[in-house]
Design a protein around this ligand. Structure first.
Ligand code: ADP
Ligand code: MG
Length: 550
Protein backbone atom coordinates (compact mmCIF):
# COMPACT_ATOMS: atom_id res chain seq x y z
CA UNK A 1 0.00 0.00 0.00
CA UNK A 2 1.31 3.46 -0.79
CA UNK A 3 1.25 6.54 1.42
CA UNK A 4 -1.81 8.74 0.84
CA UNK A 5 -3.21 11.87 2.38
CA UNK A 6 -6.21 11.18 4.63
CA UNK A 7 -9.48 12.83 3.65
CA UNK A 8 -10.76 15.55 5.95
CA UNK A 9 -13.64 13.40 7.18
CA UNK A 10 -11.19 10.80 8.54
CA UNK A 11 -8.92 13.47 9.99
CA UNK A 12 -11.86 14.84 11.97
CA UNK A 13 -12.56 11.43 13.46
CA UNK A 14 -9.07 11.01 14.78
CA UNK A 15 -8.69 11.34 18.56
CA UNK A 16 -6.70 14.55 18.77
CA UNK A 17 -3.96 15.24 21.22
CA UNK A 18 -0.24 15.69 21.52
CA UNK A 19 1.59 12.58 20.38
CA UNK A 20 5.16 13.57 21.08
CA UNK A 21 5.43 14.45 24.73
CA UNK A 22 8.80 12.94 25.66
CA UNK A 23 11.63 10.88 24.18
CA UNK A 24 9.86 7.65 25.11
CA UNK A 25 6.78 8.62 23.11
CA UNK A 26 8.98 9.17 20.05
CA UNK A 27 10.52 5.74 20.51
CA UNK A 28 7.06 4.20 20.89
CA UNK A 29 5.84 5.71 17.60
CA UNK A 30 8.97 4.69 15.71
CA UNK A 31 8.97 1.14 17.06
CA UNK A 32 5.30 0.82 16.14
CA UNK A 33 6.10 1.98 12.61
CA UNK A 34 8.83 -0.65 12.36
CA UNK A 35 6.44 -3.36 13.49
CA UNK A 36 3.79 -2.16 11.05
CA UNK A 37 6.42 -2.46 8.31
CA UNK A 38 6.73 -6.15 9.16
CA UNK A 39 10.18 -5.89 10.71
CA UNK A 40 11.82 -9.06 12.03
CA UNK A 41 14.45 -7.03 13.80
CA UNK A 42 14.29 -3.62 15.53
CA UNK A 43 17.29 -1.84 16.99
CA UNK A 44 16.88 1.20 19.23
CA UNK A 45 19.87 3.37 20.05
CA UNK A 46 19.70 6.22 22.53
CA UNK A 47 22.22 8.83 23.61
CA UNK A 48 21.73 10.27 27.10
CA UNK A 49 18.11 10.98 27.90
CA UNK A 50 17.13 10.64 24.25
CA UNK A 51 16.86 14.33 23.45
CA UNK A 52 20.32 14.56 21.87
CA UNK A 53 19.90 11.61 19.58
CA UNK A 54 17.81 8.52 19.26
CA UNK A 55 17.59 6.09 16.40
CA UNK A 56 15.33 3.23 15.43
CA UNK A 57 16.43 0.89 12.64
CA UNK A 58 14.44 -1.98 11.17
CA UNK A 59 14.52 -4.54 8.41
CA UNK A 60 10.89 -3.97 7.41
CA UNK A 61 9.58 -3.35 3.92
CA UNK A 62 10.90 0.21 3.70
CA UNK A 63 9.53 3.06 1.59
CA UNK A 64 9.91 4.26 -1.97
CA UNK A 65 11.28 7.75 -2.53
CA UNK A 66 7.82 9.18 -3.22
CA UNK A 67 6.32 7.54 -0.12
CA UNK A 68 9.16 8.65 2.11
CA UNK A 69 8.74 12.27 1.02
CA UNK A 70 5.01 12.17 1.62
CA UNK A 71 5.25 10.28 4.91
CA UNK A 72 6.77 13.24 6.78
CA UNK A 73 3.70 15.39 6.01
CA UNK A 74 0.65 15.70 8.26
CA UNK A 75 -2.12 13.12 7.93
CA UNK A 76 -0.35 10.95 5.41
CA UNK A 77 -0.43 7.22 5.94
CA UNK A 78 -0.29 3.96 4.04
CA UNK A 79 -2.43 2.23 6.64
CA UNK A 80 -6.01 3.38 5.98
CA UNK A 81 -7.77 3.25 2.66
CA UNK A 82 -11.33 4.36 3.39
CA UNK A 83 -12.60 6.37 6.32
CA UNK A 84 -14.44 3.31 7.71
CA UNK A 85 -11.15 1.53 8.22
CA UNK A 86 -10.53 3.51 11.36
CA UNK A 87 -13.12 1.35 13.13
CA UNK A 88 -11.19 -1.84 12.50
CA UNK A 89 -7.51 -1.06 12.13
CA UNK A 90 -5.13 -3.96 12.35
CA UNK A 91 -2.01 -1.82 12.22
CA UNK A 92 -0.50 0.01 15.20
CA UNK A 93 -0.45 3.35 13.40
CA UNK A 94 -3.22 4.87 11.31
CA UNK A 95 -3.24 8.62 11.88
CA UNK A 96 -0.27 9.67 9.79
CA UNK A 97 0.78 12.07 12.51
CA UNK A 98 3.89 10.64 14.16
CA UNK A 99 6.61 11.56 11.69
CA UNK A 100 5.40 15.16 11.11
CA UNK A 101 4.91 15.65 14.87
CA UNK A 102 8.48 14.56 15.51
CA UNK A 103 9.75 16.75 12.67
CA UNK A 104 8.03 19.76 14.27
CA UNK A 105 10.12 19.50 17.43
CA UNK A 106 13.36 17.90 16.23
CA UNK A 107 15.59 17.13 13.30
CA UNK A 108 14.13 14.10 11.54
CA UNK A 109 16.47 12.03 9.43
CA UNK A 110 14.90 9.10 7.60
CA UNK A 111 16.89 6.65 5.49
CA UNK A 112 14.90 3.94 3.79
CA UNK A 113 14.90 1.42 0.98
CA UNK A 114 11.95 -0.62 -0.27
CA UNK A 115 14.15 -3.18 -2.00
CA UNK A 116 15.37 -1.17 -4.99
CA UNK A 117 19.01 -0.78 -6.03
CA UNK A 118 19.40 2.26 -3.82
CA UNK A 119 17.59 3.96 -1.01
CA UNK A 120 16.38 7.44 -0.10
CA UNK A 121 17.22 9.89 2.62
CA UNK A 122 14.63 12.44 3.70
CA UNK A 123 15.93 15.04 6.09
CA UNK A 124 13.59 17.50 7.81
CA UNK A 125 15.43 20.25 9.62
CA UNK A 126 13.93 23.58 10.74
CA UNK A 127 10.88 23.02 8.54
CA UNK A 128 12.97 22.34 5.42
CA UNK A 129 12.71 18.96 3.73
CA UNK A 130 15.58 17.70 1.56
CA UNK A 131 15.57 14.41 -0.31
CA UNK A 132 18.65 12.65 -1.61
CA UNK A 133 19.69 9.15 -2.67
CA UNK A 134 21.26 7.01 0.02
CA UNK A 135 22.76 3.55 0.40
CA UNK A 136 20.79 1.23 2.60
CA UNK A 137 19.61 -2.37 2.62
CA UNK A 138 15.83 -2.95 2.63
CA UNK A 139 14.34 -1.39 5.73
CA UNK A 140 14.17 1.97 7.45
CA UNK A 141 16.31 3.94 9.86
CA UNK A 142 14.83 6.96 11.58
CA UNK A 143 17.18 9.18 13.50
CA UNK A 144 15.84 11.99 15.67
CA UNK A 145 18.24 14.68 16.86
CA UNK A 146 17.90 17.72 19.09
CA UNK A 147 14.45 16.74 20.29
CA UNK A 148 12.53 19.70 21.78
CA UNK A 149 15.33 22.13 20.75
CA UNK A 150 12.52 24.62 20.01
CA UNK A 151 10.49 23.69 23.11
CA UNK A 152 12.74 24.69 26.04
CA UNK A 153 9.96 24.32 28.62
CA UNK A 154 9.19 20.79 27.46
CA UNK A 155 12.85 19.90 27.51
CA UNK A 156 13.22 21.27 31.03
CA UNK A 157 10.24 19.28 32.29
CA UNK A 158 11.88 15.95 31.45
CA UNK A 159 13.06 14.00 34.46
CA UNK A 160 16.29 12.10 34.93
CA UNK A 161 14.51 8.82 34.34
CA UNK A 162 13.78 9.35 30.63
CA UNK A 163 15.97 6.48 29.58
CA UNK A 164 14.09 4.27 32.03
CA UNK A 165 10.86 5.13 30.25
CA UNK A 166 12.37 4.42 26.85
CA UNK A 167 13.63 1.13 28.10
CA UNK A 168 10.12 0.36 29.39
CA UNK A 169 8.60 1.01 25.98
CA UNK A 170 11.11 -1.18 24.16
CA UNK A 171 10.91 -3.89 26.84
CA UNK A 172 7.14 -4.09 26.59
CA UNK A 173 7.19 -4.51 22.82
CA UNK A 174 10.03 -7.02 23.09
CA UNK A 175 7.91 -9.02 25.54
CA UNK A 176 4.65 -9.02 23.60
CA UNK A 177 6.40 -9.61 20.24
CA UNK A 178 8.79 -12.48 20.95
CA UNK A 179 8.86 -13.20 17.20
CA UNK A 180 10.78 -9.97 16.60
CA UNK A 181 14.44 -9.50 17.48
CA UNK A 182 14.82 -6.38 19.65
CA UNK A 183 18.00 -4.68 20.68
CA UNK A 184 18.31 -1.63 22.93
CA UNK A 185 21.57 0.32 23.16
CA UNK A 186 22.31 3.24 25.44
CA UNK A 187 25.37 5.49 25.08
CA UNK A 188 27.05 2.92 22.88
CA UNK A 189 26.46 -0.05 25.19
CA UNK A 190 24.05 -2.95 24.79
CA UNK A 191 21.29 -2.80 27.40
CA UNK A 192 19.32 -5.85 26.37
CA UNK A 193 18.36 -7.92 23.41
CA UNK A 194 15.89 -10.64 22.58
CA UNK A 195 16.48 -13.36 20.00
CA UNK A 196 13.21 -13.09 18.06
CA UNK A 197 12.73 -16.84 18.40
CA UNK A 198 9.00 -16.56 18.98
CA UNK A 199 9.31 -17.95 22.51
CA UNK A 200 7.95 -15.83 25.35
CA UNK A 201 10.44 -17.45 27.71
CA UNK A 202 13.34 -16.30 25.53
CA UNK A 203 11.95 -12.76 25.43
CA UNK A 204 11.55 -12.70 29.23
CA UNK A 205 15.08 -13.99 29.61
CA UNK A 206 16.32 -11.08 27.50
CA UNK A 207 14.32 -8.40 29.27
CA UNK A 208 14.37 -9.76 32.83
CA UNK A 209 16.71 -12.46 34.02
CA UNK A 210 17.16 -16.15 34.62
CA UNK A 211 15.34 -16.21 37.95
CA UNK A 212 12.23 -14.70 36.44
CA UNK A 213 12.30 -16.68 33.19
CA UNK A 214 13.10 -19.88 35.05
CA UNK A 215 10.01 -19.70 37.22
CA UNK A 216 7.38 -19.20 34.60
CA UNK A 217 4.95 -21.01 32.40
CA UNK A 218 3.78 -20.11 28.91
CA UNK A 219 0.14 -20.51 27.99
CA UNK A 220 -2.20 -20.33 25.05
CA UNK A 221 -5.93 -20.19 25.60
CA UNK A 222 -8.80 -20.02 23.18
CA UNK A 223 -12.20 -18.75 24.16
CA UNK A 224 -15.48 -18.01 22.49
CA UNK A 225 -17.13 -14.79 23.63
CA UNK A 226 -20.60 -13.69 22.84
CA UNK A 227 -20.82 -10.04 21.88
CA UNK A 228 -24.07 -8.47 20.67
CA UNK A 229 -25.54 -11.91 20.14
CA UNK A 230 -22.70 -13.06 17.88
CA UNK A 231 -20.06 -15.55 18.82
CA UNK A 232 -16.47 -14.41 18.34
CA UNK A 233 -13.28 -16.28 18.99
CA UNK A 234 -10.55 -14.77 21.04
CA UNK A 235 -7.11 -16.02 22.03
CA UNK A 236 -5.11 -15.15 25.11
CA UNK A 237 -1.48 -16.20 25.21
CA UNK A 238 1.74 -15.28 26.90
CA UNK A 239 3.77 -16.10 29.95
CA UNK A 240 3.01 -16.12 33.65
CA UNK A 241 5.75 -15.91 36.24
CA UNK A 242 4.95 -18.11 39.25
CA UNK A 243 3.87 -16.23 42.36
CA UNK A 244 7.11 -17.11 44.16
CA UNK A 245 8.51 -14.09 42.29
CA UNK A 246 6.37 -10.99 42.70
CA UNK A 247 6.66 -7.23 42.50
CA UNK A 248 5.26 -4.43 44.59
CA UNK A 249 3.70 -2.76 41.54
CA UNK A 250 1.46 -3.66 38.66
CA UNK A 251 3.98 -2.26 36.12
CA UNK A 252 5.21 -5.76 35.45
CA UNK A 253 1.89 -6.97 34.11
CA UNK A 254 2.44 -6.47 30.39
CA UNK A 255 -0.70 -6.51 28.30
CA UNK A 256 -1.23 -6.34 24.56
CA UNK A 257 -4.28 -6.34 22.34
CA UNK A 258 -3.79 -7.41 18.73
CA UNK A 259 -0.07 -6.81 19.10
CA UNK A 260 -0.45 -3.33 20.59
CA UNK A 261 0.98 -2.72 24.05
CA UNK A 262 -1.87 -1.30 26.12
CA UNK A 263 -2.22 0.11 29.61
CA UNK A 264 -5.88 -0.87 30.11
CA UNK A 265 -6.23 -1.17 33.88
CA UNK A 266 -9.16 -3.57 33.55
CA UNK A 267 -7.08 -6.07 31.60
CA UNK A 268 -4.27 -5.92 34.13
CA UNK A 269 -6.76 -6.34 36.93
CA UNK A 270 -8.11 -9.42 35.17
CA UNK A 271 -4.61 -10.91 35.05
CA UNK A 272 -4.13 -10.26 38.76
CA UNK A 273 -7.56 -11.76 39.52
CA UNK A 274 -6.53 -14.84 37.58
CA UNK A 275 -3.68 -15.35 40.05
CA UNK A 276 -6.26 -14.99 42.82
CA UNK A 277 -5.13 -16.04 46.28
CA UNK A 278 -1.82 -17.39 45.00
CA UNK A 279 -0.41 -13.88 45.30
CA UNK A 280 0.74 -12.67 48.69
CA UNK A 281 -1.33 -9.68 49.78
CA UNK A 282 -0.21 -6.36 48.33
CA UNK A 283 1.97 -8.02 45.70
CA UNK A 284 1.59 -8.08 41.93
CA UNK A 285 2.77 -10.64 39.40
CA UNK A 286 5.11 -10.49 36.43
CA UNK A 287 3.15 -11.57 33.39
CA UNK A 288 2.95 -11.09 29.64
CA UNK A 289 -0.59 -11.43 28.36
CA UNK A 290 -1.45 -10.92 24.73
CA UNK A 291 -5.06 -10.90 23.58
CA UNK A 292 -6.08 -11.31 19.96
CA UNK A 293 -9.58 -10.78 18.64
CA UNK A 294 -11.33 -9.37 15.63
CA UNK A 295 -10.21 -5.73 15.04
CA UNK A 296 -13.88 -4.87 14.61
CA UNK A 297 -14.34 -5.45 18.37
CA UNK A 298 -11.50 -3.12 19.37
CA UNK A 299 -11.38 0.66 19.09
CA UNK A 300 -7.79 1.92 19.07
CA UNK A 301 -8.89 5.47 18.34
CA UNK A 302 -10.01 6.39 21.86
CA UNK A 303 -6.75 7.72 23.22
CA UNK A 304 -4.46 10.35 21.60
CA UNK A 305 -1.32 8.30 22.20
CA UNK A 306 -3.23 5.01 21.78
CA UNK A 307 -2.12 3.86 25.23
CA UNK A 308 -5.49 2.26 25.80
CA UNK A 309 -8.07 0.61 23.61
CA UNK A 310 -11.83 0.29 24.06
CA UNK A 311 -13.62 -3.02 23.59
CA UNK A 312 -17.08 -3.67 22.24
CA UNK A 313 -17.52 -5.75 25.41
CA UNK A 314 -14.75 -5.20 27.93
CA UNK A 315 -16.29 -7.50 30.53
CA UNK A 316 -16.29 -10.46 28.17
CA UNK A 317 -12.64 -9.88 27.27
CA UNK A 318 -11.63 -9.44 30.90
CA UNK A 319 -13.36 -12.64 32.02
CA UNK A 320 -11.66 -14.56 29.22
CA UNK A 321 -8.30 -13.21 30.38
CA UNK A 322 -8.96 -14.03 34.02
CA UNK A 323 -10.09 -17.53 33.08
CA UNK A 324 -7.02 -18.11 30.87
CA UNK A 325 -4.62 -17.04 33.62
CA UNK A 326 -6.44 -19.02 36.29
CA UNK A 327 -6.49 -22.15 34.20
CA UNK A 328 -2.79 -21.88 33.33
CA UNK A 329 -1.84 -21.51 36.96
CA UNK A 330 -4.02 -24.17 38.55
CA UNK A 331 -2.04 -26.90 36.85
CA UNK A 332 1.09 -26.25 38.89
CA UNK A 333 1.79 -26.13 42.61
CA UNK A 334 2.89 -22.58 43.04
CA UNK A 335 2.45 -21.83 46.71
CA UNK A 336 5.09 -19.60 48.07
CA UNK A 337 7.37 -21.31 50.49
CA UNK A 338 9.82 -20.20 53.12
CA UNK A 339 8.69 -16.87 54.47
CA UNK A 340 11.17 -14.61 56.23
CA UNK A 341 11.64 -15.39 59.91
CA UNK A 342 10.26 -12.69 62.16
CA UNK A 343 11.38 -11.03 65.29
CA UNK A 344 8.10 -10.01 66.80
CA UNK A 345 9.49 -8.91 70.10
CA UNK A 346 11.19 -5.79 68.86
CA UNK A 347 8.36 -4.66 66.68
CA UNK A 348 5.73 -4.96 69.32
CA UNK A 349 7.64 -3.13 72.03
CA UNK A 350 5.30 -0.45 73.33
CA UNK A 351 6.32 3.16 72.97
CA UNK A 352 5.01 5.24 75.80
CA UNK A 353 1.58 6.65 75.37
CA UNK A 354 -1.93 5.43 75.72
CA UNK A 355 -3.26 2.80 73.45
CA UNK A 356 -6.67 3.21 71.92
CA UNK A 357 -7.18 -0.45 72.72
CA UNK A 358 -6.11 -0.39 76.39
CA UNK A 359 -9.61 -1.45 77.45
CA UNK A 360 -9.86 -4.19 74.86
CA UNK A 361 -9.27 -7.84 75.75
CA UNK A 362 -8.07 -10.46 73.29
CA UNK A 363 -10.30 -13.51 73.67
CA UNK A 364 -8.97 -15.71 70.92
CA UNK A 365 -7.51 -16.25 67.51
CA UNK A 366 -9.46 -17.46 64.48
CA UNK A 367 -7.79 -19.48 61.74
CA UNK A 368 -4.37 -18.07 62.68
CA UNK A 369 -5.37 -14.95 60.78
CA UNK A 370 -7.60 -12.90 63.00
CA UNK A 371 -7.62 -11.86 66.62
CA UNK A 372 -11.02 -11.83 68.26
CA UNK A 373 -11.31 -9.15 70.91
CA UNK A 374 -13.92 -7.96 73.35
CA UNK A 375 -14.50 -4.20 73.48
CA UNK A 376 -17.51 -3.20 75.58
CA UNK A 377 -20.56 -4.02 73.45
CA UNK A 378 -18.53 -4.84 70.37
CA UNK A 379 -16.64 -7.80 69.09
CA UNK A 380 -13.53 -6.59 67.29
CA UNK A 381 -11.93 -8.73 64.63
CA UNK A 382 -8.33 -7.69 63.95
CA UNK A 383 -6.48 -8.78 60.84
CA UNK A 384 -3.16 -9.53 62.51
CA UNK A 385 -1.13 -9.23 59.34
CA UNK A 386 -2.59 -5.86 58.36
CA UNK A 387 -2.21 -4.64 61.95
CA UNK A 388 1.44 -5.57 62.04
CA UNK A 389 2.05 -3.80 58.74
CA UNK A 390 0.51 -0.63 60.12
CA UNK A 391 2.69 -0.82 63.22
CA UNK A 392 5.87 -1.42 61.24
CA UNK A 393 5.08 1.32 58.80
CA UNK A 394 4.58 3.95 61.48
CA UNK A 395 7.70 2.80 63.32
CA UNK A 396 9.77 3.04 60.17
CA UNK A 397 8.38 6.43 59.32
CA UNK A 398 9.12 7.76 62.79
CA UNK A 399 12.61 6.29 62.77
CA UNK A 400 13.40 7.75 59.38
CA UNK A 401 11.93 11.17 60.00
CA UNK A 402 15.26 12.78 60.81
CA UNK A 403 18.01 10.35 59.98
CA UNK A 404 19.15 8.03 57.24
CA UNK A 405 18.20 4.39 57.64
CA UNK A 406 20.76 2.08 59.25
CA UNK A 407 22.24 -0.39 56.87
CA UNK A 408 23.18 -3.96 57.74
CA UNK A 409 26.04 -5.71 55.98
CA UNK A 410 24.93 -8.59 53.80
CA UNK A 411 27.69 -11.19 53.82
CA UNK A 412 28.01 -12.89 51.43
CA UNK A 413 26.53 -10.24 49.16
CA UNK A 414 23.31 -11.15 47.39
CA UNK A 415 23.05 -10.69 43.67
CA UNK A 416 20.00 -9.16 42.08
CA UNK A 417 19.27 -8.76 38.39
CA UNK A 418 17.57 -5.57 37.36
CA UNK A 419 15.75 -4.90 34.15
CA UNK A 420 17.28 -2.10 32.06
CA UNK A 421 14.67 0.35 33.28
CA UNK A 422 15.32 -0.58 36.90
CA UNK A 423 19.07 -0.40 36.41
CA UNK A 424 18.77 3.12 35.01
CA UNK A 425 16.90 4.21 38.13
CA UNK A 426 19.35 2.45 40.45
CA UNK A 427 22.19 4.36 38.83
CA UNK A 428 20.39 7.70 38.93
CA UNK A 429 19.08 7.31 42.47
CA UNK A 430 22.15 5.79 44.10
CA UNK A 431 22.25 8.50 46.76
CA UNK A 432 18.58 8.21 47.69
CA UNK A 433 18.94 4.45 47.87
CA UNK A 434 21.98 4.83 50.15
CA UNK A 435 19.97 7.09 52.45
CA UNK A 436 17.37 4.35 52.53
CA UNK A 437 20.00 1.83 53.63
CA UNK A 438 20.85 0.09 50.36
CA UNK A 439 24.51 -0.45 49.47
CA UNK A 440 25.20 -1.98 46.10
CA UNK A 441 27.65 -2.22 43.26
CA UNK A 442 27.21 -3.29 39.68
CA UNK A 443 28.57 -6.39 38.02
CA UNK A 444 27.52 -5.20 34.59
CA UNK A 445 24.86 -6.77 32.41
CA UNK A 446 22.07 -5.76 34.77
CA UNK A 447 23.44 -7.76 37.69
CA UNK A 448 23.97 -6.00 41.01
CA UNK A 449 25.68 -7.05 44.22
CA UNK A 450 23.72 -5.89 47.22
CA UNK A 451 26.13 -5.50 50.11
CA UNK A 452 23.93 -3.54 52.50
CA UNK A 453 20.22 -3.69 53.26
CA UNK A 454 18.07 -1.37 55.32
CA UNK A 455 17.94 -2.50 58.91
CA UNK A 456 15.62 -0.01 60.55
CA UNK A 457 15.24 -0.79 64.23
CA UNK A 458 17.46 -3.81 63.86
CA UNK A 459 15.28 -5.59 61.32
CA UNK A 460 17.04 -6.44 58.14
CA UNK A 461 14.92 -6.19 55.04
CA UNK A 462 14.67 -9.04 52.60
CA UNK A 463 16.87 -8.55 49.53
CA UNK A 464 13.76 -8.31 47.37
CA UNK A 465 13.16 -4.94 49.07
CA UNK A 466 15.97 -3.59 46.92
CA UNK A 467 14.06 -4.11 43.73
CA UNK A 468 10.88 -2.83 45.34
CA UNK A 469 12.67 0.35 46.40
CA UNK A 470 13.96 0.86 42.88
CA UNK A 471 10.45 0.28 41.55
CA UNK A 472 9.01 2.74 44.05
CA UNK A 473 11.53 5.41 43.09
CA UNK A 474 10.78 4.76 39.48
CA UNK A 475 7.05 5.15 39.85
CA UNK A 476 6.90 8.00 42.35
CA UNK A 477 7.21 11.39 40.79
CA UNK A 478 7.67 13.10 44.13
CA UNK A 479 10.70 11.68 46.00
CA UNK A 480 8.71 11.95 49.26
CA UNK A 481 5.99 9.74 47.79
CA UNK A 482 8.56 7.29 46.56
CA UNK A 483 10.04 7.16 50.04
CA UNK A 484 6.65 6.61 51.55
CA UNK A 485 5.94 3.81 49.08
CA UNK A 486 9.22 2.23 50.01
CA UNK A 487 8.35 2.39 53.70
CA UNK A 488 5.01 0.76 53.03
CA UNK A 489 6.69 -2.05 51.16
CA UNK A 490 9.42 -2.40 53.76
CA UNK A 491 6.77 -2.48 56.44
CA UNK A 492 5.14 -5.32 54.59
CA UNK A 493 8.17 -7.54 54.22
CA UNK A 494 8.92 -8.58 57.76
CA UNK A 495 5.33 -8.53 58.91
CA UNK A 496 3.32 -11.34 60.40
CA UNK A 497 2.02 -13.70 57.79
CA UNK A 498 -1.22 -15.55 57.59
CA UNK A 499 -0.92 -18.78 59.52
CA UNK A 500 1.15 -17.47 62.42
CA UNK A 501 -0.14 -18.61 65.78
CA UNK A 502 0.17 -15.90 68.38
CA UNK A 503 0.32 -16.64 72.09
CA UNK A 504 -1.94 -14.60 74.33
CA UNK A 505 0.72 -12.18 75.42
CA UNK A 506 1.96 -11.44 71.90
CA UNK A 507 -1.60 -10.98 70.71
CA UNK A 508 -2.23 -8.46 73.49
CA UNK A 509 1.02 -6.66 72.60
CA UNK A 510 0.03 -6.48 68.98
CA UNK A 511 -3.33 -5.00 69.80
CA UNK A 512 -1.88 -2.57 72.34
CA UNK A 513 0.77 -1.42 69.93
CA UNK A 514 -1.78 -1.01 67.13
CA UNK A 515 -3.78 1.25 69.40
CA UNK A 516 -0.78 3.57 69.69
CA UNK A 517 -0.66 4.13 65.97
CA UNK A 518 -1.66 7.40 64.42
CA UNK A 519 -4.01 5.64 62.01
CA UNK A 520 -4.77 2.27 63.58
CA UNK A 521 -7.72 1.35 61.40
CA UNK A 522 -6.01 0.84 58.04
CA UNK A 523 -2.87 -0.94 56.91
CA UNK A 524 -0.35 1.17 54.95
CA UNK A 525 -1.93 0.02 51.69
CA UNK A 526 -5.35 1.22 52.84
CA UNK A 527 -7.05 -2.05 53.75
CA UNK A 528 -8.87 -2.18 57.07
CA UNK A 529 -7.12 -3.63 60.10
CA UNK A 530 -10.15 -3.90 62.40
CA UNK A 531 -13.76 -4.87 61.85
CA UNK A 532 -16.25 -4.21 64.56
CA UNK A 533 -19.40 -6.28 65.09
CA UNK A 534 -21.79 -4.87 67.62
CA UNK A 535 -23.78 -6.91 70.08
CA UNK A 536 -27.02 -5.98 68.32
CA UNK A 537 -25.94 -8.09 65.37
CA UNK A 538 -25.77 -11.17 67.60
CA UNK A 539 -28.99 -10.28 69.36
CA UNK A 540 -30.80 -10.01 66.03
CA UNK A 541 -29.18 -13.15 64.69
CA UNK A 542 -30.22 -15.16 67.74
CA UNK A 543 -33.76 -13.82 67.63
CA UNK A 544 -33.50 -11.91 70.86
CA UNK A 545 -35.29 -8.94 69.29
CA UNK A 546 -32.79 -6.34 70.31
CA UNK A 547 -32.94 -7.10 74.05
CA UNK A 548 -29.68 -7.32 75.95
CA UNK A 549 -28.08 -10.64 76.52
CA UNK A 550 -27.64 -11.78 80.07
P1 ADP B 1 1.07 6.20 10.68
O1 ADP B 1 1.95 5.18 11.33
O2 ADP B 1 -0.09 6.56 11.53
O3 ADP B 1 0.69 5.82 9.29
P2 ADP B 1 3.42 7.89 10.73
O4 ADP B 1 3.59 9.35 10.68
O5 ADP B 1 3.96 7.19 11.88
O6 ADP B 1 1.89 7.57 10.54
O7 ADP B 1 4.07 7.27 9.42
C1 ADP B 1 3.60 7.71 8.14
C2 ADP B 1 3.83 6.63 7.09
O8 ADP B 1 5.24 6.46 6.87
C3 ADP B 1 3.34 5.27 7.47
O9 ADP B 1 1.96 5.11 7.15
C4 ADP B 1 4.23 4.35 6.64
O10 ADP B 1 3.72 4.19 5.35
C5 ADP B 1 5.53 5.13 6.56
N1 ADP B 1 6.52 4.64 7.53
C6 ADP B 1 6.86 5.23 8.69
N2 ADP B 1 7.81 4.53 9.34
C7 ADP B 1 8.10 3.46 8.55
C8 ADP B 1 9.01 2.36 8.65
N3 ADP B 1 9.80 2.18 9.71
N4 ADP B 1 9.02 1.45 7.63
C9 ADP B 1 8.21 1.61 6.54
N5 ADP B 1 7.34 2.63 6.40
C10 ADP B 1 7.29 3.56 7.37
MG1 MG C 1 3.10 5.57 13.01
Amino acid sequence: MTVRRLDSETVERIAAGEVVTRPASVVKELVENSLDAGAGSVTVEVDGDGTERLKVADDGHGMSEADAELAVDHHTTSKLSGSDDIERVSTLGFRGEALPSVAAVATLDVTTNDGGPRGTRVLVEDGETTTSPAGRATGTTVEVRELFHNRPARRKSLSNTEFGRISDVVSRYALVRPDVRFRLRHDGRDVFSTPGSGSYTDAVLGVYDRTVAGQSTTFDHEAAVEIDGDEHSLTVEGLLVYPSVTRSRRDHVHAAVNGRVVGNAGLKRAVVSGYGTLLPSGRDPIAVVSVSLSPALVDANVHPSKDEVAFADGDAVESAVEEAVHEALTTADLRQSGEVAMDLETTLERVDGDSLFDEVTVIGQFRELYLLCEADDDLLVVDQHAAHERINYERLRAALADSPVDSALVDPAETVSLSPAEAAVAADERETLARLGFEFSTFGGGTYRVTGLPAPLGRVADVSAFRDAVDALRAGDDPEDARDELLKDLACHPSLKAGDTLDGETAADLLGRLGECERPFACPHGRPTVLSIDEETFATGFGRGGTRLG
